[in-house]
Design a protein. Structure first.
Lengths: 329, 278, 454
């Protein structure tokens, strides 16, 4: 195996004349002698700063200010209407004693089981669609359809599909002699049911991004591997997987961030949060508290905790990724 | 070898086809419902082929005076946000991925934090802010924030640019190219597939956005398409004209589909790294 | 050379940023302009926000046109919103200080909005407009009264957009086929009688060994109240500060409700049926009894069988109880034109033509008592017993339990955890004992928040 890899790299290097990214540390240009560097570097810093100026301004205006407002609100008894009195840490004390907070947090984390499943399927899909089969465009479009279909249509369709008596899912199961449960009304099946729908819906999205990434993998790598006698699995493991790792990282992070905030699917499939709140996600609970029960201050407090959670998890992931990075910035 | 590939191809083909039946389900359901009459919607067992088939929903849809506004406004919002936003995002991604800047990674992480804030909670403060400057009932709150860039797109492009070696840029600098030139002539073409993929997704996101237009827009002339469709729901769910809503949804997904078809070609055109000369 | 080029790049960059800035500023001006160009200064404009489908929109547009004709120089701007997110939009509007002049508000939120100073006391305005409140349902008017402490009495803060009595319907054809006399339209079934009829009607009609016809399939959230209250139980005490679900009367009613499914098997499935499921069965003629609201009439008109209305079965208290919902029209406290706004509300609530249009579209029963009584006197068209709707509004209807409380969280708690009971896995008594303290805690919280608002 190792010898094959070396051969592969060598072969690639000689073919394309550029530094392959896989398995080699991308050589950062050494900092030149101090005198020349300052001016040049300052220049680059300035340009970089200007390039990122727009998003930074947007962030300050449209994210920081409203967020600061809501952080303040989390220390008040704001009811979403006109009343907003400072109450200190009361909301936070209450929320750490709220069983539904923990229940919905558990639900939310549970839902993330769908992420590895979805990404795995999407990657396989992208590879399959990259083979250059006939009708690839057709398949690509079809697999993308759930992503662009209206959420209303999807939810109605899935709510019906999960119907205990007439639903499509149970009808299919009946063919195999299995008596399906009433998916959305059963505390143990409602979450898997929603995961299935979420995976199905997000497949096209991830597939598209993986496709873009796979396209960037030069065919010459694969040809070199073929010359070395590598089989499909080896090609996948040593070329495809590492080359799309940046995309995988992106998808994992954005899916986790998004997963923590799952809301609309819950709201439409189980408008009451499911039997005994077994389907409710944390943002759904925040929504209930804020808009239905006039406890926006409390909702803001929960969101703040959630945000801190997500931030920490993301930073950890970045740190871990750093350690196993193939290419340095 | 070739035979093996063919067999794999066939197997893959079969699996893909089965899967696509699953995928196309909702679209077929949407179309089917849009051709039913109001009560046929709730029939059990559900009918796939409406009986009778009727286009009443579509005629009603096109007679809606708000439909024209909806389409026009949604196009304005979607295009302006995605086109300008793509440029600002790509440039920022380039900077994050390839340029040197102090605290670069921390700035990036903080920008990323903006999508970690649950939307329901900044929705109202944002609204208050826009309300104070008189932007309620205009399309501006929907357009302006997007012009500044989309962190998801920036993130993805940054990751994508990880596969582009420094040597390329260094070589260009040695040749005397300015950063802007490097960006437009060198980087942008290389990241085209990634930009195309993100463009599709962003366009679709803005096109289908429903919550923000809902709270900001009042006048019928300002409404976007999704809101026009959502407003067709009656006070009592039972009275809602679902065929009409589905007809609207079908019509509304056509432009997104078209954008997809146009841009997915961009993704596919293989940009072999080896083809890029220093 | 290289240095010059790089500087050039930065300069271009700066130009781009400048361009962006100019774009931003000019669009701001455009935006500001468009929001101010709402007509000349002579014209008065009132905004009306509501949610509804095409039928409602048609009816109200006509009424509004008439209103505009009668008031020269007044324009009404109509804001139509999606029904599901109405409260979100309203909440945003209130926070942003953009409250519409006239808008929909559900009866349960009146107290809250009054305490927060958002809606206006229109008692005097209504008197000034020379409008006879007695032409409307008393129930519909009183539900919008509030004296600062108790909802239901005091100053008037809104007018009914509609009253929605939740009646019980039955499949007439099914009764005939089974040879059972139709339910009496004046005398309610006792629970024993109801059970007996239910069991008789639950049968296998086509002889294939499987039951395909059931008596009922009620959704607890909407129907339990009728069973409980007609048995002398209630969710709250009179003062509204104690949750009273742990009484034997309540336990009996909940147990009976659950037994209909689990012990007597008179409903399609023992797991809690989603409303849409039993609704469709009713539409297919598989259920004997099903709730009917005025909004259902247009859909039910197309049924294959004839249906009619009847009083809900009554428990030990001997009299039926049914729930009546209501959506109201309120006026903003901050309106610049209180007289006009109130008059618009009156139009929308009581204009004869508008009410007739809504009635014809079968969206709701009329708010005007006379019109409703005339409509009910027609016992030929289906449903024959339209009078039942009127009886509920005038006689045995009660508002939903959360009507007088600050928020509905305490009651939602009850429904969230009721699944095991409805599935027969837990007895009513057990459940009620467990849930009462939790509900009480939430109710206390709500009451405290209500107090703080004042």
């Amino acid at each position: 195996m190792a010898s094959h890899r070396c051969l592969l790299l060598k072969g690639v290097k000689s073919m394309s004349g550029i530094n392959p990214v896989v398995g080699a540390k991308d050589v950062k240009p050494k900092k030149p002698k101090k005198q020349k560097s300052s001016a040049l570097y300052k220049q680059e810093h300035r340009v970089a700063f200007l390039f990122v100026l727009a998003p930074v301004i947007g962030f300050l205006l449209f994210s920081v200010y409203p967020f600061a407002y809501s952080i303040y609100a989390s220390f008040t008894d704001w009811n979403g209407l006109n009343r907003m009195n400072f109450i200190g840490f009361d909301n936070f004390v209450k929320l750490f004693q709220d069983p539904y907070f923990y229940q919905t947090l558990y639900n939310t984390v549970f839902y993330m089981i769908g992420i590895p499943i979805g990404l795995g399927l999407a990657l396989l899909l992208a590879i399959a669609l990259n083979r250059g089969l006939r009708g690839t465009t057709f398949f690509r479009t079809v697999y993308y359809i759930p992503v662009i279909s209206s959420l209303a249509a999807i939810s109605i369709m899935w709510a019906w599909a999960y119907n205990g008596d007439f639903g499509l899912v149970n009808q299919v199961l009946e063919i195999f002699g299995v008596q399906g449960p009433n998916w959305l009304e059963n505390t143990s099946t409602v979450k898997p049911a929603i995961i299935l729908m979420a995976v199905w819906k997000g497949l096209g999205y991830s597939m598209l991004l993986y496709l873009a990434a796979i396209q960037s993998v030069s065919k010459s790598f694969y040809e070199a591997a073929d010359l070395d006698g590598a089989n499909s699995f080896q090609k996948f493991l040593n070329i495809t997987w590492p080359m799309v790792k940046p995309v995988t990282f992106f998808l994992v992070i954005t899916n986790i961030i998004g997963g923590f905030q799952i809301f609309t699917e819950i709201n439409i499939m189980t408008p009451t949060g499911g039997p005994e709140y077994s389907a409710a996600s944390i943002v759904w609970y925040v929504w209930q508290k804020a808009f239905k029960y006039y406890q926006m201050g409390y909702g803001s407090a929960m969101s703040l905790i959630l945000f801190i959670f997500i931030f920490i998890v993301t930073v950890i992931q970045f740190y871990l990724n750093r350690k196993s990075d193939y290419s340095l910035d | 070898m070739k035979k093996q590939k063919r067999i794999t191809d066939i197997i893959v083909y079969i699996i893909l086809s089965l899967g696509s039946i699953l995928m196309i389900g909702p679209l077929l359901w949407m179309i089917s419902t849009s051709l039913k009459d109001k009560t046929g919607v709730f029939a059990l067992p559900p009918q796939w082929i409406p009986d009778p088939i009727q286009f009443e929903a579509y005629t009603k849809l096109f007679q809606l005076d708000t439909l024209g506004y909806g389409i026009k406004n949604t196009i304005i919002v979607s295009l302006s946000v995605t086109i300008v936003g793509t440029i600002t995002s790509s440039m920022a991604a380039f900077a994050f991925a390839k340029l040197r800047m102090p605290f670069k990674d921390w700035v990036f992480l903080i920008l990323l934090a903006s999508i970690m804030i649950p939307y329901p909670i900044i929705m109202i403060p944002q609204f208050v802010m826009f309300s104070k400057i008189g932007w309620v009932d205009t399309l501006l709150p929907l357009i302006v924030p997007g012009l500044f860039g989309n962190i998801t797109m920036i993130f993805f492009l940054r990751q994508y640019l990880a596969n582009v070696p420094y040597s390329l840029i260094e070589a260009a600098k040695v040749d005397g190219a300015g950063y802007l030139q490097i960006f437009f002539k060198l980087i942008f073409p290389v990241i085209r597939p990634a930009v195309a993929a993100q463009f599709i997704l962003w366009f679709m996101g803005v096109w289908n956005d429903y919550l923000a237009p809902l709270i900001y827009l009042n006048s019928p002339e300002k409404q976007t398409l999704q809101v026009v469709i959502a407003n067709l729901k009656a006070t009592y769910a039972i009275q809602t004209d679902y065929p009409l809503i589905m007809a609207g949804s079908v019509v509304s997904l056509l432009p997104v589909l078209i954008v997809f078809l146009i841009f997915q070609k961009q993704i596919i055109e293989s940009v072999a790294l080896s083809g890029v000369k220093g | 050379m290289a240095v010059q080029k790089i500087i050039g790049g930065v300069l271009i960059m700066k130009k781009l940023n400048l361009l962006l800035a100019i774009l931003l500023v000019s669009s701001m001006f455009l935006g500001a302009c468009s929001s101010k160009s709402s007509g000349n200064s002579d014209e008065k404009e009132i905004t009306f926000m509501f949610r509804g489908g095409e039928d409602e929109k048609t009816a109200y547009t006509a009424a509004i046109k008439k209103f505009e004709e009668q008031h020269e120089g007044v324009k009404v701007k109509i804001i139509n919103t999606d029904a599901d997110q109405y409260s979100t939009k309203l909440s945003a509007a209130v926070s942003g200080g953009n409250v519409p002049d006239v808008f929909y508000l559900d009866s349960g939120s009146i107290a809250n909005y009054v305490d927060n100073g958002i809606i206006r006391d229109i008692t005097e305005d209504v008197e000034k407009a020379d409008f006879d409140l007695n032409s409307l349902w008393q129930f519909g008017v009183d539900i919008y009264r509030y004296d600062g402490e108790t909802a239901g009495k005091g100053a008037l803060y809104g007018l009914p957009k509609d009253v929605g009595p939740f009646a019980l319907g039955y499949n007439k054809d099914m009764f005939e086929k089974a040879g059972i006399p139709a339910p009496d339209k004046d005398k309610a079934y006792t629970w024993d009688e109801f059970l007996k009829v239910s069991q008789e009607l639950t049968q296998d009609t086509d002889g294939d060994g499987e039951v395909d016809q059931w008596a009922s399939g009620f959704n607890a959230t909407w129907s339990l109240q009728s069973f409980a209250y007609s048995n002398g139980a209630s969710f709250l005490n009179e003062a509204g500060d104690k949750v009273t679900v742990d009484t034997p009367e309540f336990a009996k009613s909940l147990q009976f409700f659950s037994d209909l499914s689990n012990k007597y098997n008179t409903t399609p499935n023992s797991s809690q049926s989603e409303t849409l499921d039993t609704y469709q069965r009713w539409m297919n003629g598989e259920l004997a009894f099903f709730p009917v609201g005025p909004w259902d009439m247009s859909a039910y008109a197309k049924l294959d069988f004839e249906y009619d209305l009847m009083p809900w079965p009554s428990g030990d208290a001997g009299k039926s109880v049914a729930y009546v919902g209501s959506l109201g029209l309120v006026v903003s406290e901050m309106t610049q034109n209180p007289d006009l706004a109130t008059e618009l509300a009156i139009y929308l609530s009581a204009d004869e033509e508008a009410q007739q249009t809504l009635l014809d579209a079968q969206v709701q029963i009329p708010n005007l008592v006379d019109m409703a009584e005339e409509w009910a006197s027609d016992t030929e068209s289906v449903p024959n017993n339209k009078q039942e709707f009127l009886d509920i509004v005038q006689d045995y209807g009660v508002p939903y339990p959360t009507f007088a409380t600050y928020n509905s969280q305490w009651l939602d708690e009850f429904w969230t955890n009721i699944t095991p009971v409805v599935q027969g896995k837990k007895t009513a008594e057990e459940y009620l004992k467990e849930i009462q303290p939790k509900m009480q805690k939430l109710l206390d919280e709500a009451n405290e928040q209500a107090k703080m608002s004042k």
